[in-house]
Each structure stands twice: as C-alpha cells, then as structure tokens.
Design a protein around this ligand. Structure first.
Ligand code: FUB
Ligand code: ZN
Length: 634
C-alpha cells in the first residue's frame, strides 16, 4: 500500500512554532529574496537571475541581450525555488501584490522558453549550439527539475497552470532528446528525477514517469558516459573530473548501490527520486537499494544535527564516521534533501526512523540555515565555531561564524523558504483509511480520504500534542525514538496502545480526541567511539532539538568547559531570548586559562554552570564561540 505524503498544500496551514516560521517566510524571506533576485537588495551578492530570463527572451526574439547572462550555470534554479516558496506561501497567506510578482515572473520565464520547449537561460543567452553537450557540469536537467517543481507548486497550491504547461512542453523536449533521439547519459546534478515524479503524479503525463525511470535505471550502467562526453566537447564549466564516477553517483547501477557517496545534495535528491519511483511502481529491488543508502547515511555519515556531506572537498560525503564538528560542511540543502528522501521512504514504508531523521534535520540544520530575522543564511553548518580560526584558517575557511546576506551560489536560502512554506507535506501522510502524523505542528489539515484533523501543541518546546479527529479511519501517530516514555489518551481515557514500527494506530471511528504527551526530559547524548575526536564528549538534547553552548551565555568562552554528566540538566523558559526558547543549564567545570601554550602543571578546575541554547538559534547574537559537543567528566 502506498502512503501519500505529498498531501495537497491547500489542505494544511500551520500555527504555533511552525506557523511563526511560515509567517516570517511570507512577510520577510520571500520579499527579501524577491529583491535579491531582482538585484534590489542592498549589501547582497548580485543575482541577475530575473534579468537572465529577460535576456533569454530577447535572445529568442533576436534582440540585443544587453548585459547577457550572469551568475552560476544553474542561476535559473534560484528563481524556480523562489516561485515554489511563493506559491506555497500564497496558499497560506494570500497577498495580491505577491501574486502579481509571481504571475509576472512566470510570464518572463514563459517568454524565455524556446519554440521547441527548451528552457535554460545560460545556453539560450550564451550559446544555443552547446545545449546538452555537458550533462556532467551544466545543470540543464537540474534547472529543469527545479522549474518543474515550481510549476507543480503553482498548479497544486494556486491552480495556476501556465508554468505547468511550460514545463510539460519542456519535458516533451527532454523526452525527445533522451528517449526518442537516444542522446544517452543522465544528469550531472540529479533533481529532475524527483521533479518528474511530482509532475507525473499531478499531470498523469507518462512521459514524466518514463523519463524518471530512464534517468534512474540508466545511471551507473554506462560508467564511461561522462568521459566520452568530456572528450567530445571542447568546453567546460568548472573542469569536473569526468572519471570520478563515485562523486557522480554513477559508479554502479543504482539498484546495486551500497553506500551513499559523492556530492551530498546530488545524492539525496537522486535517492529521493529513486524512493519516489519505488513507491509509485512497487519496485522492491529499488526500495531495497534505497534502504541500504538510507542506512549508509543515517547510521554512519550523519551529524547529530541531521547534517550530511561532511567534507568541503566537493561538498561531499567523506568516509564512514568522518564527522568532524569544526570543519563540517553539512550544507543546508543537503539536510533539506535528506528530509525529501525521508518523506519518500515513508511513502514506501511507515517507519518511525524515517520521520525521526526528517525531524532531526529540520529542527537543527535546516532551521539553523536561516537567521531568526529571515534575512541572513548559512550554507555550511558547523558544529563548532571558534572566531579567529573558523572562517579564517585554510582548513576552516568555509565554516563562517555569521550568516551572510546572500551567496554567489545561492542554492540554500530559497530552498529553506520553499521547505518551510510547504511544511505540511512533510508533517502528514494519508492512505485510503489512515492519516499519518509524522511531525508535530499546530494547525488544521483535511485529507483526500475525507478525514480531518486539528492539532494543538507548543512543540518543540512543549511535549503535549492534542488532536481532534473527524471522519472514519485510523490515525497513525509517530512516537519519536528519543521519547523514552509517553502517555496517550483517547477521548479522555488512558490508552496502552503500543507502537508498531514507531507509530501508534488509533481507530477514529467517526471522530475522536487524542492527547499524546512525549518525554520532555533533557538528555545527554554520546557519540560512537568510531567518530574521531568525540570519545569523551557529550551533547545535550531536548525533544528533537540539539543544543549548543555559545560564548554569549558562557562568559565568552566555551572551550574551557567540561560537562558533569552525573549532574541534573535544568531547563528555564526564556520567552524574550532568541525568539522564545527553553534554555538548558548543566553542571560543569571551568578549566583555568594559562598563558603558556603547554604546561606540565595540571590546570585548576572550578565548578560552574554551562548554559546551552537550541542549535538552530546559534550565531544570532554576533560572533562568538559555539560548540555542540563538550568534553564530559564522571
Ligand atoms: O550545484 C547546484 C547546487 O549548488 C548544489 O546542490 C549545491 O551543493 C551547490 O553546489
Ligand atoms: Zn545549498
């Protein structure tokens, strides 16, 4: 039985913690990003993306293209992600001025589409002859994928069809090139696979399904494709190594893949498409491969924050257990992609661990990717930052201490915006007779199977979740693995239902009221000794939130702190700190500073209290030290 998680966006709007983020995206993030895309945001990197589309339209009409193309070869995708965020957000918060901006941008994009359906400003403006000659680097299929996702969002959330028609025409073009004309090859940066699956489900156009199958099934079969392509072309974008098949996730047919390898965002977008296809077609061999890849990521290559892709070298997975906190890469987009992968794994099989990881990635790395005011963004998400070293030393240059306003490579900011504004798609799922609550968030949702549900909670700071359910069927509610105890009542009567694969199944029978109370006890978490540098270190978590120790709460110095893990962790509500948080205090020792670089005199240690704030809020009070992992004593 296939579980459908990508529930219609219009059926869900969030309140509470998530609602506040969705309002921030609507009121600040989307307008700010619109200004950036139009080069009207002071102090932000130049984008030029809208102008690229305008110039591509001119190129097609044979007009002077003015300042031509500017930016990354995949610059188009920034506009696509903004459109997607705007479409979902408009459904949550109607806004005629934003809708007009959206419509106008869609018109500009439609004008940039060639008669044959081709759509990509880099090639249309710069050199039409080079289309499809550099799948390895040139991101044509990646940009098409993002625009297809944007098209689906506009149609599904707002009933706007224009962009969907543009992208179905574009798909027909790609189908002609790859299926009918047998061009060969597969995307250097996967993304189109998952987008094609979305478009297939929305439009029923079988070309989308066939293309997704083609890209997934052919990948890794012709291992020399990129080498031949590289030899045949006389140009390059970055000079990527065409022989590094692992980096390209093309060293083995995907069905045989054992380990998650290569560029992390590419990997999880690809695995999402695979899991989509497996769920759609019931392909158990493909799902088995997805499970191996899932385990490879989450059991051996994932940070406690749900960050993945630990090395800056190629923005990639490293090797098992290589998870350094201070030189972490952990790109925001990679954790967003991990959420995508998790949500599609849930469509194959309802298992708590998939939603647990989805939640871990969201509340930690994804939210940390954005400043609390919605105007600055992290691309890289370290678990330890020391001003003077981080962002400065050659080995730590990528680990910034503060979020920049924008990036020349701006994939992460609009990705976070589209994810937050479509949160309901990840929170809920449905089958014919059951609704699934994967994530906890206040709000109301109506399902295609006729059931309706209202949820009230102050999660992730309070752990009571109340549901009011209408309709016939069952409600499946996740019991997170971190919750060592929980209580459940149905219509006021205590229930001893036990979870099955991480979910309790409650018969609703015409409606019911459910109250779930999860464990609010803060806890120490320890890493496997297989991870270098973390033996003897502990982190602190409460619910889904990973905490971090910042200089701002600890007299400017967290490097000299050692946690006393035999002590009791206390919590205090701080509604006026960092947008409203629960702060954590832990008994600790402070090691005295010495002037000498090394000394044989054992340093003094004094009792103190170490204070921690949720990781997603770090770096919001100016530059200061930050550590997720601290050494522990006892
Ligand atoms: O290449 C497109 C996007 O830019 C990737 O997904 C990110 O990792 C960044 O390289
Ligand atoms: Zn990114």
């Amino acid at each position: 039985m296939r579980i459908q998680n990508q529930i219609k966006q219009g059926d869900y709007r969030s309140d509470g913690f998530i609602g506040r983020y969705q309002r921030l995206v609507s009121s600040t993030v989307i307008p700010y990003q619109y200004a950036v895309l139009n080069d009207n945001a002071e102090g932000a990197e130049k984008s030029h993306v809208v102008q690229n589309f305008i110039n591509a339209g001119k190129a097609l009409r044979g007009e002077d293209t003015g300042d031509g193309f500017y930016g990354m070869v995949f610059q188009d995708s920034d506009a696509a992600k903004w459109i997607e965020a705007a479409a979902y957000s408009l459904k949550n918060f109607p806004d005629p001025a934003l809708e007009k901006q959206l419509d106008d941008l869609i018109d500009i994009i439609a004008d940039a589409q060639d008669e044959d359906g081709y759509l990509d400003t880099y090639f249309t403006v710069k050199d039409k002859e080079k289309r499809w000659t550099n799948l390895l680097e040139a991101h044509e299929l990646y940009c098409a994928g993002h625009m297809a996702e944007a098209a689906c969002a506009c149609y599904e959330a707002l009933g706007k069809r224009k962009l969907l028609d543009v992208m179905l025409k574009n798909t027909a073009h790609i189908y002609k090139v790859f299926i009918k004309e047998n061009h060969g090859g597969f995307p250097g940066h996967p993304e189109i696979e998952l987008a094609l699956m979305k478009m297939y489900r929305l439009s029923g156009d079988r070309k989308c399904l066939e293309l997704a199958e083609y890209f997934i099934n052919s990948r890794g079969c012709d291992t020399d494709f990129y080498k031949r392509e590289c030899e045949a072309r006389k140009w390059q974008v970055w000079g990527n190594d065409a022989g590094n098949a692992d980096y390209q996730q093309s060293g083995v047919p995907l069905r045989k893949a054992e380990n998650a390898v290569g560029h992390a965002v590419r990997a999880v977008y690809l695995y999402t498409g695979m899991a989509d296809l497996a769920a759609e077609t019931g392909d158990s061999e493909l799902y088995e491969a997805c499970k191996r890849l899932w385990n490879s990521i989450t059991r051996r290559q994932m940070y406690i924050t749900g960050g993945i892709g630990s090395t800056v070298h190629g923005e990639a997975f490293s090797v098992n257990y290589d998870l350094p906190p201070d030189t972490a890469y952990a790109e925001t987009c990679a954790s967003i992609g991990l959420m995508f992968f998790a949500s599609r794994m849930l469509e194959n099989e309802v298992k708590g661990e998939y939603a647990d990881v989805m939640e871990q990635a969201f509340y930690n790395t994804v939210l940390a990717g954005m400043q609390l005011d919605g105007k600055r963004f992290f691309y890289v998400n370290p678990l330890e930052v020391i001003p003077g070293i981080s962002g400065v030393s050659p080995t730590h240059r990528h680990d910034l201490t503060q979020r920049p306003r924008w990036y020349a490579c701006a994939c992460c900011p609009p990705n976070a915006a589209r994810l937050i504004s479509s949160f309901g798609k990840y929170a809920y799922g449905e089958s014919e007779d059951t609704v699934y609550c994967h994530l906890f968030a206040s709000g109301h949702v109506s399902f295609g199977n006729g059931m309706e549900l209202s949820c009230e909670t102050d999660y992730p700071y309070s752990f009571t979740v109340k549901y009011n359910v209408k309709g016939n069927g069952s409600v499946a509610i996740r019991i997170p693995a971190w919750s060592r105890k929980y209580s459940l009542s149905v219509n006021g009567v205590s229930s001893d239902l036990k979870p099955c694969s991480g979910y309790v199944y409650i018969p609703a029978n015409g409606g019911c009221e459910i109250t779930l109370t999860l464990d609010d006890t803060p806890r120490f978490v320890y890493a496997s000794p297989a991870i270098p540098r973390l033996t003897g270190f502990a982190a602190v978590c409460r619910g889904p939130l990973v905490y971090c120790f910042e200089g701002a709460d600890n007299d400017g110095d967290v490097l000299s702190l050692t946690l006393d893990t035999s002590g009791v962790i206390s919590v205090s509500e701080e509604p006026d700190t960092l947008g409203g948080i629960v702060k954590i205090s832990v008994p600790a020792l402070r090691t005295a500073k010495t002037d000498a670089l090394y000394t044989s005199r054992r340093p003094d240690q004094t009792d103190c209290t170490a204070y921690a704030v949720p990781y997603y809020t770090w770096g919001n009070r100016g530059e200061n030290q930050m550590r997720v992992w601290l050494p522990f004593t006892k």
